[in-house]
Design a protein around this ligand. Structure first.
Ligand SMILES: Nc1ncnc2c1ncn2[C@@H]1O[C@H](COP(=O)(O)OP(=O)(O)OP(=O)(O)O)[C@@H](O)[C@H]1O
Ligand SMILES: [Mg+2]
Length: 238
């Protein structure tokens, strides 16, 4: 492999005849955590949908593990190791925590117990609440469940849309630590959309800034944290 788990070139996509993404070039290397941030409506979720196969690109290429995947169904992409913890969490609120997790394991039926155990190790609160309805969980626990469900398919590329949205700071800190330990233990790549720019840059190795469907800035997170334009615009510093 080229060392790149995901490599997107000149990607265009939209809804109906409205173009949203214009010429996106983005890659995620093996074992990397990459963050995407940028203003509301700039196309971050749309981008993740295209990678997950939920929206067909108009043009450009999407390569995963050195293979073109533009024509693959969402199911086939999950099978190959692409998992999305979607914005809004998309849980089955009337089902229990464990039932939601089991729904994430349809491609790994022979390893359900093992994967449940693995998810419960990352998220002990989910083990305690395994019989609780997803709808009765706190926001933080729902986010854990959404990420846990994505992990049940043993992804090689885990995508998370809006990690911290609506969550209390202490919960966000805990989630950030768990994300880092998932990368460490699983050795997987993580692509995270995160509005809270300081958090996005803290947990990632590199980041891309989206604006109006294009990438307007990118670099190592360390470098972006120091960059004056980023500090002024996104961190309200200086
Ligand atoms: N299903 C849809 N049909 C039509 N337009 C859509 C659809 N989903 C999103 N859009 C539009 O596409 C643009 C990009 O939306 P997208 O959700 O990708 O942005 P985002 O960067 O994730 O924003 P946010 O920070 O609010 O989550 C917006 O103008 C939005 O209104
Ligand atoms: Mg979004």
């Amino acid at each position: 492999m080229s060392g790149k788990v995901l490599e997107v070139s000149d990607l265009r996509a939209g809804y109906g005849d409205v173009e949203i993404l214009r010429s996106i070039h983005l890659h995620v290397s093996d074992g990397e955590i990459v963050a995407i941030f940028g203003s509301n409506g700039s196309g971050k979720s749309t981008f993740l949908k295209v990678v997950a196969g939920l929206l067909r690109p108009w043009g450009g290429s999407v390569r995963y593990m050195d293979e073109h995947i533009e024509e693959l169904s969402p199911e086939e992409r999950v099978r190959r190791g692409i998992a999305l913890a979607a914005e809004g969490r998309k849980l089955f609120l009337g089902m229990s925590v464990e039932e939601n997790l089991l729904l994430g394991s349809w491609i790994k039926r022979d390893k359900v117990r093992e994967n449940l155990e693995r998810v419960y190790e990352y998220f002990p609160q989910l083990r305690e609440k395994r019989k609780t309805l997803a709808g009765d969980l706190s926001g933080g626990q729902q986010q854990m469940l959404s990420i846990g469900r994505a992990l049940m398919s043993e992804p090689r590329l885990l995508m998370i849309d809006e990690l911290s949205l609506g969550l209390a700071p202490a919960v966000v800190d805990r989630l950030a630590q768990i994300i880092l330990s998932i990368r460490e233990k699983e050795g997987i790549s993580i692509l995270v959309v995160e509005q809270e720019v300081s958090l996005a840059l803290e947990i990632s190795d590199r980041a891309y800034v989206f604006d109006l469907g294009t990438i307007v800035d990118e670099g190592s997170s360390e470098e972006l944290l120091r960059r004056d334009s980023i500090r002024r615009t996104y961190l309200s510093l200086m």
